[in-house]
Design a protein. Sequence first.
Length: 199
Amino acid sequence: MPYNSRMLDIVVAPNKILVEKTKQVVVFDKKLKKTIEQMEKALDATTDPIGVGLAAPQVNIPKRIFIARPTPKAKLLVVINPIIVSESSEKGIPNQINSKKIEARKPQASKKKLLEGCLSIPDIWGNVSRKREVELEYQDIEGKKIKKTFKGFLATIVQHEIDHLNGVLFTKRVIEQKEKLYRSHKNAEGEDEFDEIEL
């Protein structure tokens, strides 16, 4: 696994590491801190779309680690060895992961829908219903145990990233929920357009 000073590359599907369960972190040392720093650089380097979360398997490291930054100015959240303690029974409307929106093509569905995407599945987007609130137990970069509740958009990011740690991609959730997938492309004006993918 790469631990040198270069930025880690984000792996894309169908890389098999993306569908494998990750292993617990047991050693909290300088090497782990370096890995987190490299993950942060990789996340910050994303521009179109701007990434808001990144799991260790997305940079070819099969460990139970993810980072999140819901807005560019937000403090980086580092989550190691997460366990979902509880979650709300209520699901939110399909939420947004990577700053993309579409207007549904069908006339009867004219409301704008927020789409979930993934840095490891470029140009693919879908509607995913996530729990509005999740309570996690996890460790920080020093190994300290933390229990915290996440709500709204950050709760969506947390659920997306924990899925990564369990080898589950968001596209699987879309199919399970019988929702739609879209492929994005740029039009002549450089704006994003979305075409529904036939499943």
